[in-house]
Write a protein that binds this ligand. Structure first.
Ligand code: CUA
Length: 348
C-alpha cells in the first residue's frame, strides 16, 4: 500500500473515532433536539438500546486500545535502526498459551456481547402493551407518513402526537407499521430503534417518551427519489395537552362560508381522488388527510414550513418543492389557486 493512501485511511479512521466520541458527550443536555442522536435517549426502548450500545462501544474501544497500543509499541520499539544487522529475529512456532488466549478471549467477548444484546432485544420486543397504551397505525407512503388513531377516529400525516409517559402514569404508544408501496423504515433516534416498514406485513414497535417536546426522525431505508424528504416529527404532550389535541382533531372540518368558492373548486377537481376531508365526499387515501391540514407544522413530510405562502407554492406545483412526489401540477388558474388555498387555510 502506498504511504499516502495508508495515511488517508489512518486520518479517516481517526476522524471516525473522534466524531463518535465528540458527538456523544451531548449526554449532558437532555432536551429533545433537532439533531437525530441515539446518544440522548428520552424513551424507554431508546434507553435500553443506548445502554447496550455503550457496552458495545466500551468493549470495542478497549479492544481497539489494547491492539492499537501493542501495535504502536511494537512499531516504535522494534523499528529499523541504522547499524542493525540484517538477520531475522528468532522465529517461534506453536505456543499453547498464546493460541488458547486468542481463542478463548474473543469467544468470551462475543458471548458477553451476544447475551447483552439478546436481553435488550427480548426486553424491547417482548414488552406487552399496558391496558391504557395508545395504539397508532403508521403507514409509510412514497414519501410521507400516514398516521391513524383507530380508537380515536383521527387520521393525520407526518406528525405523530403522543402523550408523555411519567413514573406516576406510564403511557407508552404502540405502533403498527405498514407500507402502502415499497419498504420504508421508521426511525426517531431519541425514542426507539429503527423498524422496517414493509408491504404486506405489519411490524410492531413502541415508544415511551419521558419528556414533552418535538422529536425528529426520518425514513431510514432508501425508498425512492424523495427518501431524504420523508421526515417525521413526534410531538410529545403533557397528558392534558394531548387530550386537547385529540379533542381538536376529532372535530369535523371547519366549514367557513367565506371559503365556499374554494371549497367548490376543491370538490370539483381531482383533489378529492387522493385526499380525504372527513365527513365530505373527499375520501381519497393516496395523499394525506386534509381535515385539519393547518394544524400541522410542515408540508411535504417536513420539506417546508406549513405557511400560507408555502402552501400556495405547493398547490400551484408541488414538483417545485418536492420533485418527483406523487402530487402533480394540477394546472389551476390563478383564481382557482387562490380560492383553493383560501379554503385549505381554513382547515385548522
Ligand atoms: Cu421512505 Cu425512505
Amino acid at each position: 500500500m502506498k504511504t499516502s493512501s495508508r495515511r488517508a485511511i489512518g486520518n479517516a479512521s481517526f476522524f471516525l473515532i473522534a466524531t463518535t466520541f465528540l458527538v456523544s458527550p451531548g449526554f449532558a443536555a437532555d432536551a429533545p433536539t433537532t439533531v437525530t442522536n441515539i446518544f440522548r435517549p428520552l424513551s424507554t426502548p431508546a434507553q435500553a438500546i443506548h445502554e447496550v450500545s455503550l457496552l458495545v462501544l466500551a468493549i470495542c474501544g478497549g479492544i481497539f486500545l489494547v491492539v492499537g497500543g501493542l501495535l504502536a509499541y511494537t512499531v516504535v520499539r522494534f523499528r529499523h535502526r541504522p547499524g542493525d544487522d540484517e538477520r531475522e529475529p528468532p522465529q517461534i512456532y506453536g505456543s499453547n498459551q498464546l493460541e488458547f488466549a486468542w481463542t478463548v478471549i474473543p469467544i468470551v467477548t462475543v458471548f458477553v456481547l451476544f447475551l447483552a444484546t439478546a436481553r435488550t432485544i427480548y426486553d424491547v420486543q417482548g414488552a406487552a402493551p399496558p391496558a391504557d397504551a395508545l395504539n397508532v397505525t403508521v403507514v409509510g407512503h412514497q414519501w410521507w407518513w400516514e398516521i391513524r388513531y383507530p380508537e380515536l377516529g383521527i387520521v393525520t400525516a407526518n406528525e405523530l402526537h403522543v402523550p408523555v409517559s411519567d413514573a406516576g402514569k406510564r403511557r407508552p404508544t404502540f405502533l403498527k407499521l405498514e407500507s402502502a408501496d415499497v419498504a420504508h423504515s421508521f426511525w426517531v433516534p431519541q425514542l426507539a430503534g429503527k423498524t422496517d416498514v414493509i408491504p404486506n406485513r405489519r411490524n410492531l414497535m413502541w415508544i415511551e417518551p419521558i419528556q414533552p417536546g418535538t422529536y425528529v426522525g426520518n425514513c431510514a431505508e432508501y425508498c425512492g427519489t424523495q427518501h431524504a424528504r420523508m421526515l417525521l416529527r413526534v410531538i410529545v404532550h403533557p397528558a392534558e395537552d394531548f387530550d386537547k389535541w385529540t379533542t381538536a382533531q376529532r372535530q369535523p372540518p371547519v366549514d367557513d362560508p367565506q371559503a365556499r368558492a374554494g371549497r367548490d373548486v376543491f370538490f370539483a377537481t381531482a383533489c378529492i381522488n387522493c385526499h380525504a376531508i372527513r365527513g365530505t365526499k373527499a375520501m381519497g387515501t393516496f395523499g394525506p388527510d386534509l381535515t385539519h391540514l393547518m394544524s400541522r407544522e410542515t408540508l411535504g413530510a417536513g420539506t417546508v414550513p406549513n405557511t400560507a405562502e408555502k402552501l400556495r407554492t405547493w398547490v400551484r406545483d408541488p414538483q417545485t418543492i418536492k420533485e418527483g412526489c406523487n402530487m402533480p401540477n394540477m394546472q389551476l388558474t390563478d383564481d382557482e389557486l387562490n380560492q383553493i388555498v383560501a379554503y385549505l387555510l381554513t382547515l385548522k
